[in-house]
Design a protein around this ligand. Structure first.
Ligand code: NAP
Length: 245
């Protein structure tokens, strides 16, 4: 069994998840992470975390597929023999569209990935954390704004993440597991282009009190803090990381 604490990050190949993987490695964690299909970007993230001194396990696994999630946790058991924390980061927006334009299939994909996939990971993690630990869910400020004209389906999925963070924090406290969320605002990643809005962060930054979009690293910092013993009395918190917006 490894002596370093072990963290699982879902969707850790690129973007915010990759920044969490890199920072965790630098802060002394061993790290397992999943990705959907971009093996090249996952390999880059893996190499950076190894260079920072971590033992790293990169796993291709769709978070919406319960069998793939179960296999990922089994691989972590085999490789590390322990798990100390989970960051539920994997998430998709689906395409831009009003509620009237958005087909049920998009709702199903987004809810299955962002909500049910996250629930599956929480259940698997809780089985491995009988002596305590920490879970951080990567939600979104969209849960408060509602995503009108862009993605109500995505915003509603993050509303579910906020609510289940509060509920699970109260259930899991009995086994010493803290459950918190970060709610990022406009963060410079490839997520916006994937939804068909490559200029979204630049266009909307004027409405951010701090006057700019944020970086993935600026989200990774509060995630690592919430995972750490420095946040030992914090559970059920939803931490906005949106530059004031
Ligand atoms: P991103 O740049 O699109 O990266 C997403 C990562 O998640 C990739 O590594 C991707 O894998 C992986 N992933 C996607 N679907 C997956 C699935 N079904 N199973 C496993 N892994 C999957 O996104 P991001 O901007 O970093 O977003 C990360 C999280 O932050 C999401 O939950 C998102 O909702 C949230 N968030 C983002 C922003 C923002 O402005 N960027 C704001 C608020 C909240 P591949 O690399 O293999 O494709």
């Amino acid at each position: 069994m490894t002596k370093r604490r072990v963290l699982l990050v879902t969707g850790g190949g690129r973007g915010i998840g990759a920044a969490v993987v890199r920072l965790a490695a630098a802060r002394g964690w061993d790290v397992a992470f999943t990705y959907a299909g971009n093996r090249a970007r996952a390999a880059e993230t893996e190499a950076a975390a190894v260079a920072a001194g971590a033992s790293v396990l990169a796993l291709q696994a769709d978070v919406a597929d319960p069998a793939a999630v179960a296999a990922s946790f089994a691989a972590i058991d085999a490789r590390f023999g322990r798990l100390d924390a989970l960051v539920n980061n994997a998430g998709v927006t689906g395409p831009k569209g009003t509620l009237a334009e958005t087909p049920e299939a998009v709702w199903e994909l987004v809810l299955r990935t962002n909500v049910i996939g996250l629930v599956t990971c929480c259940k698997e993690a809780l089985k491995r954390l009988p002596q305590g630990g920490a879970i951080v869910n990567v939600s979104s400020r969209a849960s408060v704004f509602g995503g009108p004209g862009e993605w109500i389906h995505y915003a509603a999925s993050k509303g579910a993440v906020d609510t289940l963070t509060i509920g699970l924090s109260k259930e899991a406290a009995a086994q010493g597991v803290r459950v918190n969320a970060v709610n990022p605002g406009l963060i410079e990643t490839e997520l916006h282009a994937a939804a068909g809005m490559p200029d979204r962060v630049a266009r909307m930054s004027v409405g951010v009190p701090l006057g700019r979009g944020g970086s993935a690293e600026e989200v990774a910092e509060p995630v690592l803090w919430l995972l750490s013993d420095a946040a030992s009395y914090i559970t059920g918190a939803l931490v906005p990381v949106g530059g004031g917006r």
